[in-house]
Design a protein around this ligand. Structure first.
Ligand code: ADP
Ligand code: MG
Length: 291
């Protein structure tokens, strides 16, 4: 299974929109996809046809997966809607906001998600992770587990500063945890008529070159209409400009993922399902530090 994280510590830059549309597009292309909501605001499931009641603590969620022994597959629910049969969603769950604090108490907390993904590697071809608007432990978990991080960037005046900070974190994660983490910045909410938008995009391309995707997602009301219907835009309005852009992005993502060598076999899989007291391989990861 390949892993894509969608991250930017700024809110409102189209992370959730991008996560849902790329995950849906990969599933519409025949891949088995799980998408995981790591944002306590819990919008991802709503955009994929789940209703409020399903987000509200009915069954295990990303919170239970990250902080406990729940395997990923047990928390995954089918997305709703025609064309999305191969797409599953792990919702954030009402307690996810607590997870950052709880993770800090665990040894190896920044690789909790990676262990869960490895244990579920045979079930899906791709996992797409929606990150919260912060650079805390949830985002670090996603970056540590990912083959590729997509960074939606709204091309406006202050974006560049935020991107520099995120790039520093990506570099740290590469140095300490995940040397092969690839990155693509994706210009989103792009307004061709806006001179500042165009100037910021030019600057991004000049400074970051190949790390900026060729795909640009423009402002498109079809995106909002689709979300209001609980559908990703690639399924709801496949002929729209935004859907086309997201299909192109999904293809770029797939080609980056398929160009990577097969991952080395993990030392052991399913570690999270071993009892921590049993002395099994990896059991120590689950040991809680004394308060
Ligand atoms: N291409 C687009 N065209 C129009 N509106 C968009 C587009 N992409 C995202 N939006 C809207 O922008 C807002 C923020 O998007 P969202 O994906 O929730 O951002 P984030 O997850 O980064 O906070 C939402 O209201 C969404 O509907
Ligand atoms: Mg979001």
């Amino acid at each position: 299974m390949r892993v894509v994280a969608v991250a930017n510590q700024k809110g409102g830059v189209a992370k959730t929109t991008t996560c849902a549309a790329v995950a849906a597009s990969l599933a519409q292309d025949g891949r088995r996809v799980v998408t995981i909501d790591l944002d306590p605001q819990a919008n991802l499931g709503l955009g994929l046809g789940l209703d409020e009641a399903e987000l509200d603590g009915a069954g295990p969620s990303a919170y239970e997966v990250l902080t406990g022994r729940t395997p990923l597959a047990l928390a995954a629910r089918p997305a709703r809607g025609a064309g999305l049969e191969r797409l599953s969603v792990v919702t954030a769950g009402p307690r996810l906001a607590q997870a950052e604090g709880e993770l800090f108490g665990q040894i190896g907390f920044d690789e909790a998600l990676k262990r869960k993904l490895r244990a579920a590697a045979a079930t899906w071809d791709v996992a797409v992770i929606d990150c919260p608007p912060s650079l805390g432990p949830l985002t670090i978990n996603a970056l540590s587990a990912a083959d590729l991080v997509l960074v939606p960037v709204q091309c406006e005046f202050f974006s560049a500063r935020g991107v520099v900070k995120l790039l520093d974190v990506v570099e740290l994660v590469r140095e300490r945890r995940n040397p092969d983490l690839a990155i693509r910045l994706v210009p989103t909410l792009f307004d061709q008529r806006n001179g500042i938008c165009r100037a910021v995009l030019e600057q991004l391309r000049a400074e970051l070159g190949a790390d900026v995707s060729e795909v640009i997602v423009g402002v498109d009301t079809k995106v909002r209409e689709a979300q209001a219907r609980g559908r990703p835009v690639t399924a709801d309005a496949p002929g729209s400009r935004a859907a086309k852009a997201y299909r192109d992005l999904a293809r770029e993502v797939w080609s980056i993922l398929s160009a990577r060598a097969a991952p080395a076999a993990p030392a052991s899989t399913g570690t999270d399902e071993l009892p921590a007291s049993g002395g099994g391989a990896g059991g120590g990861d689950r040991v809680q530090q004394a308060a």
